[in-house]
Design a protein around this ligand. Structure first.
Ligand code: HEM
Length: 460
């Protein structure tokens, strides 16, 4: 918090860039040193020179405290072993199979809203952020675990259920821990009872899911669609863990049970949380920009309420621009880190870097950089992607990072978001609940969360 003094981290870093130039130093939590690189040519250089800019050391050590040996914490041969199993799970072919379940879950949320609107047409929804998280978690439970996390049950919809609450606590406390040195954060997490309780709840849930999957008979496995992440992960379980553990990393095959649990935990935190907040931001922006909302609806005009085909959804050009603008206007993650493995000079700013330097790339700074955008970057204006900013600088909007360690779930997230947004826009119009209730603002955690969302929901 020292760095941002409670402000949105992107705005703080933009202010630093305006004051100190394209490259400056930051101390996270006042102690952890990083070099913030903002020049667009330098950012491109970092992401395209993967052999010398490795996954950030700090990132690895801090994530290791909670995710131990999951993909995000690995480099070298161990990363390759995990990536060989995990990356294929997120291929487009697997993702598209989830279309119907995403629509079904969204319809469930729409039904809940409908009953509220029926009883009070002027009702202002103040719990949109929680509801979007519940929707995202429900979808993620089916996609990842073939399991009903029950976050869309009527009793849960307006509040956080036990798992949602545990996830929120887990992420909150983890976010506090990553801004302090490793040795202290380990101690802090070990003795933080809220964190320990949250971790137990999440692990119990993941263990139940694993056991359910492992109890399935051969016949059941043959019958079910082998598309859920857990089904594929369970088939990658090592047959003889003890023997496998003795081998050098290069010869190891498959994943141990603990590694699978850690990957699942990572998927839950990295996947469900982020996507839920993007839906909430979308709803907030629609309530503030009725012109944009009307234009999306006009594009859907021939498909009022029917279930559209994936091809029809993919052909919605304006909707695609709106989603890209939501990601550009407020990148959900503040940025990413890389560690330099040799000395190097940045081509744009000419700054000399040394082996071992920790680089931080702030996504927000790029989205507001006038060198990258022809239309005023401070405007929320989806049409930019059809007009003057159509061929914008490649690295000007990178909400999923870049290079060899960019987000593995981005195709899934984009697809899921598009399907949800289409379904919402087919049925409802979001209205502004007024300057106080719908005041916006941010809560800065691992992801940037909308603070005050208050919207009316009118069924078309
Ligand atoms: C709106 C949704 C999402 C956003 C904005 C997002 C953003 C990011 C960002 C910025 C990174 C770091 C990339 C880099 O260092 O260059 C990342 C990494 C990662 N994301 Fe996502 N993500 C989203 C959804 C997902 C989903 C759905 C999953 C899968 C379940 C996922 C899994 C991961 C994993 C495993 C990594 C680590 C990759 C590695 O270390 O190689 N994310 N994500």
């Amino acid at each position: 918090m020292g760095l941002t003094r409670g402000r949105y981290i992107g705005e703080a870093l933009k202010q630093f860039q305006d004051t100190f130039g394209d490259t400056f130093q930051i101390w996270l939590g006042g102690l952890l040193h990083q070099i913030c690189v903002c020049n667009p040519d330098d950012v491109q250089h970092v992401f395209t020179h993967r052999h010398i800019y490795e996954q950030g050391d700090l990132h690895v050590t801090q994530h290791r405290i909670v995710f131990e040996d999951a993909l995000i914490c690995n480099i070298g041969p161990k990363y390759k072993r995990h990536a060989a199993i995990i990356l294929p799970l997120f291929r487009r072919g697997k993702i598209l199979n989830n279309y119907d379940l995403i629509v079904d879950c969204t319809d469930k949320l729409l039904d809940q809203w409908r009953s509220k609107t029926d009883s009070d047409p002027n009702y202002i929804h103040l719990d949109i952020v929680d509801q979007c998280q519940n929707l995202s978690l429900a979808i993620f439970g089916f996609i990842a675990f073939d399991y009903d996390l029950q976050t869309l049950e009527e009793s849960n919809i307006n509040k956080k259920n036990k798992l949602t609450q545990a996830l929120n606590d887990f992420v909150d406390i983890f976010f506090q821990a990553i801004t302090i040195p490793n040795s202290i954060s380990k101690f802090y997490l070990k003795h933080n009872s809220r964190y320990q309780r949250a971790r137990i709840t999440i692990e119990e849930c993941l263990n139940q899911i694993m056991e359910q999957e492992q109890r399935k008979t051969r016949e059941q496995i043959a019958e079910q669609k082998r598309t859920s992440l857990i089904a594929s992960l369970v088939t990658s379980l090592q047959q003889d863990e003890k023997n496998e553990a003795k081998k050098p990393e290069q010869e190891k095959k498959g994943l141990s049970r603990t590694e699978v649990i850690n990957e699942l935990l990572l998927f839950l935190v990295a996947g469900a949380e982020t996507t839920g907040y993007v839906i909430a931001w979308f709803i907030y922006f629609m309530s503030k920009y009725p012109r944009v909302q009307a234009k999306i609806k006009a594009e859907l005009s021939d498909n009022k309420h029917n279930r559209m085909t994936i091809e029809q959804i993919e052909s919605l050009i304006y909707l695609d621009c709106v989603l890209r603008e939501v990601f550009r206007f407020l990148p959900p993650a503040a940025g990413t880190t890389r560690t330099l493995t040799v000395d190097d000079r940045l081509p744009g700013s000419g700054i000399q870097l040394r082996k071992g330097d920790e680089i931080f790339i702030s996504f927000y700074n790029l989205t507001r950089d006038k060198r990258c955008w022809k239309i005023d970057p401070t405007l929320f204006y989806p049409e930019r992607f059809q007009g003057e900013d159509k061929d914008h600088y490649t690295y000007a909007s990178i909400p999923f990072g870049g290079g060899h360690r960019q987000c593995i779930g981005q195709d899934l997230a984009r697809f899921q978001l598009k399907v949800i947004i289409v379904r919402l826009m087919q049925h409802v119009t979001f209205g502004d609940g007024g300057p106080e209730l719908n005041a916006g603002g941010y809560i800065q955690k691992m992801t940037t969360i909308p603070k005050h969302v208050g919207v009316s929901i009118i069924f078309d």
